[in-house]
Design a protein around this ligand. Sequence first.
Ligand SMILES: [Zn+2]
Length: 138
Amino acid sequence: MGKAHRRWLKAVKKWQTNCWLLDWTFSIETSRDKISDSQGSGGYDVAGKAEYTPGYHLATVTGWEEAIEDATDEKVNEIACHETCHVVQGRLDVFVGQLIQSLPASARQLADSQWDEVKESTISHWTRILTRMDRRGR
Ligand SMILES: [Zn+2]
């Protein structure tokens, strides 16, 4: 297990606890390959991704090794918080994804990209709130 993996594991475990997700099964992984876009429910970012099945309380949270290796502790903490917030919001994401699928094909692409933007800006806002509270609590 490399250093990047250990840092990622520690940071995600912390946010799994902070976000009250201990009744979920988390697979915490790192990837040598850059995180790429994919279909399905999840949040895909430059440095990490979160995939989830809220009905079964299952999540896979993956960090991109190169981004984690070069990052400060504070940045790793922030990336882990961001991806874990995606899991918190997973139920909503699955629901909206189903609504989008029920739209006429011509409307899906726009709805998808708009939802992505709304989702990411909400998650980033929560990440700012939570990491700030975390720093203050130390
Ligand atoms: Zn994201």
